[in-house]
Design a protein around this ligand. Structure first.
Ligand code: NAD
Ligand code: ZN
Length: 242
């Protein structure tokens, strides 16, 4: 299977890769669907990761993000993150789009990346334009410029994506030859529509996801965990020496 997919990759091809929480699952970061478990099992992430949730109980949301960030800082990028960091050095026309906020792609070395849902390592003000690196403390931090609450610089449920990011994503998808989606359930929009859009524009589409229900609409469905798929795919991609 891998060689029949890998043969479509060469240096002239424009390649777009979309990643979701599944690519970080093998680094030990739970997807929302897997459930956070333990301490947070009674809370719904969709309610915590929302502007309403923050207004209702900023301390609860702050505690939850501090906990999630602890998991992220203790985790290491895995072989799938590493393969993608290598791909951007191999393919001149490459774009990585991630829904993840964990920063593991950056730690693996990826630079041609759009973090479309923001970052858990960054804060912004709920009121003014101030933004800064994460502040590790127990109380909800206050903005040094205006005194209002700071919040995670993350696109929450019900919020709009940054329009510059959206434009860059749209352009990349419209012009790609190969679209690869890894570890995303296809339920969170607009990312859920990217594969169909790429397909309509004529791209070859590939899905990596162990969930049997997730790859039906793709040209190729690699139904195994991300590290296994990416290690094998990388091994089978043969590029002429330059
Ligand atoms: P999601 O909708 O992207 O679903 C996760 C998908 O990953 C599922 O389809 C699952 O079958 C698949 N998966 C599980 N293990 C995998 C593996 N080893 N290899 C490949 N695929 C695997 O993510 P979600 O958890 O439902 O979260 C929804 C939103 O929250 C998204 O924006 C998501 O990126 C964000 N989120 C981010 C992180 C993170 O930054 N690591 C973690 C949780 C949620
Ligand atoms: Zn402010």
């Amino acid at each position: 299977m891998y060689s029949s997919i890998a043969k479509h990759f060469d240096k002239t091809k424009s390649i777009v890769v979309l990643t979701g929480a599944g690519i970080s699952a093998e680094s030990g970061i739970p997807t929302f669907r897997d459930g956070a478990g333990g301490l947070w099992k009674d809370y719904n992430p969709a309610e915590l990761a929302s502007p309403e949730g923050y207004r209702k109980n900023p301390q609860l949301v702050w505690d939850w993000y501090n906990w999630r960030r602890t998991l992220v800082l203790a985790a290491e990028p895995n072989a799938a993150h590493a393969a993608l960091a290598e791909w951007e050095t191999i393919f001149p026309r490459f774009q990585l789009i991630t829904q993840n906020v964990d920063g593991l792609h950056l730690r693996a070395g990826s630079r041609k990346i759009v973090q479309m849902h923001g970052s858990i390592h960054h804060l912004k003000c709920t009121s003014c334009a101030h933004s800064c690196d994460w502040i590790t403390q127990d109380q909800v931090p206050l903005c040094p410029a205006c005194g209002k609450y700071l919040r995670p610089d993350i696109v929450w449920f019900g919020e709009q994506l940054d329009s510059t990011n959206l434009k860059a994503i749209d352009k990349a998808i419209s012009h790609c030859d190969i679209f690869l989606a890894i570890g995303t359930s296809g339920t969170v929009y607009p990312a859920a529509g990217f594969l169909d859009k790429a397909k309509r524009k004529g791209a070859r589409t590939i899905v990596v996801n162990p969930d049997p229900g997730s790859g039906a609409q793709a040209d190729h469905f690699i139904q195994v965990p991300a590290t296994e798929a990416m290690t094998n795919l990388s091994k089978h991609i043969k590029l002429p020496e330059t």
